[in-house]
Design a protein around this ligand. Structure first.
Ligand SMILES: [Cu+2]
Length: 521
């Protein structure tokens, strides 16, 4: 059967819709469960080749912040890292030794020739049953930068099935500007299972985590633990050991279910050079916000006095909408230690001083499209809005999506997982279930406008593509093509926060690059 590049686009859009619908609006959490010290790695390997990895998934009892939790881990640890080089062909054997089914998604990877390897359960593939193994095979193409892999079935990644996926770039334009690399993962951590967290989200309120993790380490206040629950006080924090004078490329990945963070290091500024696998104009800031599933690379020069400094990932409070504080013991001031070699083995006493913070809507792509080079005519236009609404049938709050696209109109669809993968149904020409929305697009540019009509910020992520962020603002009852941001070059990325408030609007545009014939046997 012949298919073309269109199907990848369609699958991409469909998945984006799923993401907006609740399952994916929740994006999940951590790292190395065995060591409180994170070591640095050398910059890049080389050679074009097939790289093979194995992810053996098991249930494990771990203690990340003082309290024990049954988690789902790969190879016995949180954040098992996958390192490859641009152009590598990748084979990952996923061995499911858990008592539940699963699937694995490679967040940010285009899967240009292999959309069925994207890993979205019941969208691009069926489930990997308990006891079974699936080998994912795909090319990294010409992609570079910081990505992550995670379970894409139910809310499993929140319970631990996740990790960095780094594509090292021998042609990195910033290669001469740093000496070493450090991976930093951020996550919200829940003592209860993600299944219960999801129920709270659907049936009650935005569920607050018990702690935040940096590279899999957090510190829970044991005074808040319930009677009979064991808790180890002063759980060790992650320590970044650095050498004075050295320049570090930090790859920061937000693996949270829902949490957004503001990242800063006391006594240091940072130069942003990458967002979601796309090189950016070098931008010096004291702090930057990072929404769930996003990635940034920053260069930090260890040029302060030999001492200990707080590395901060301050969790944005989206859990106390009425102004009352969350009472579960969570500390929104998530921290790690940035320790110079030669400094004492003790907690920092440094203070935060943020003068400049990153504007994510204007962080342009390095050598990217400008106002005069970005197209203003589109081959396709897609408008949709999403909100959280009460569903009388399931008695739950569901994310609903309204699509207004050409002649197709879907109003208030909430997502039900279909009995067969949507990609399969599409290729076989089967009728699709009501909530499986497929938007046909033609070759060329696609304009999308995404409206957040909910009262909290949501993240929009597109599988298989990056998009240009060309406008952000608030518009009511008006669907127009507009470019509202003033930028040197437009941002390009695969996940973006759509601002809260009724009428928050995110405009994005993506490009379908080439026509491609594929065969399925
Ligand atoms: Cu993704």
């Amino acid at each position: 059967m012949q298919i073309d590049r269109k199907y990848a686009i369609i699958a991409g859009i469909f998945v984006a819709v799923c993401v907006a619908i609740g399952l994916g609006v929740k994006f999940g959490l951590p790292q190395n469960a065995t060591s409180s010290t994170t070591s640095t790695t050398s910059k890049s390997a080389s050679s074009l080749s097939v790289k093979q990895f194995s992810l053996v998934l098991t249930h494990q009892l771990v203690n990340l912040d003082g309290v024990w939790k049954w988690m789902m881990l790969a190879n016995g640890q949180l954040d098992f890292p996958i390192h490859v080089v641009t152009g590598d062909f990748v084979e990952v054997e996923v061995v499911n030794r858990m008592n539940v089914s699963t699937s694995i998604h490679w967040h940010g990877l285009f899967q240009e020739d292999t959309p069925w390897m994207d890993g979205a359960a019941m969208v691009t593939q069926g489930l990997i049953p308990s006891g079974e193994t699936l080998v994912y095979k795909f090319s990294t193409g010409n992609q570079t930068g910081s990505y992550w892999w995670h379970a894409h079935y139910a809310s499993q990644y929140v319970d631990g099935i996740r990790g960095p996926f780094i594509i090292h770039d021998p042609q990195d334009p910033y290669l001469s500007q740093y000496d070493e690399e450090i991976i930093v993962t951020l996550a919200d951590h829940f003592h209860r299972s993600s299944e219960n967290v999801l129920k709270e989200y659907l049936y009650a309120y935005d569920p607050a985590p018990e702690s935040g993790l940096i590279n899999g380490r957090g510190r829970y206040d044991c005074n808040y633990t319930a009677q009979g629950v064991s808790c180890i006080p002063n759980s060790p924090l992650t320590v970044f050991n650095v050498t004075q004078g050295k320049r570090y490329r930090l790859r920061i990945i937000n693996e949270s279910a829902q949490a957004a963070f503001t990242v800063s290091i006391d006594g240091h500024n940072m130069t942003v050079i990458e967002q979601d696998g796309v090189y950016t104009n070098p931008t010096v800031v004291d702090a930057f916000p990072i929404a769930t599933s996003q990635r940034y690379s920053v260069i930090v020069t260890a040029n302060s006095a030999i001492d200990n400094y707080w590395f901060r990932a301050t969790m944005m409070d989206m859990y106390s909408p009425t102004g009352t504080d969350v009472q579960n013991g969570v500390d929104f001031n998530v921290k790690a230690v940035w320790r110079y070699n030669g400094a004492k083995d003790q907690d920092p006493t440094s203070i935060q001083n943020i003068r400049t913070s990153l504007n994510v809507y204007t962080l342009g792509e390095l050598n990217g499209l400008t106002a005069s080079t970005i197209p203003t005519n589109y081959n396709n236009s897609i408008y949709f809005s999403f909100t959280i609404a009460y569903d009388p049938i399931t008695n739950a709050s569901v994310s609903t999506v309204t699509l207004i696209s050409g002649t197709s109109n879907f109003y208030g669809s909430s997502y039900q997982m279909p009995p067969r993968p949507t990609l399969q149904d599409m290729l076989l020409g089967n009728p699709l279930p009501d909530s499986s929305n497929v938007i046909p697009v033609t070759n060329g540019w696609v304009f999308m406008q995404i409206r957040n009509t909910d009262n909290v910020e949501h993240v929009f992520h597109l599988h298989g593509h990056t998009f240009y962020v060309i406008g952000v603002g608030k518009v009511l009852h008006k669907l127009t093509h507009r470019s509202v941001t003033k930028v040197a070059t437009f941002p390009r990325r695969d996940a973006i926060q759509v601002p809260l408030c009724t009428g928050g609007v995110q405009e994005g545009m993506m490009r379908q690059d080439a026509y491609l014939d594929l065969s399925i046997f």
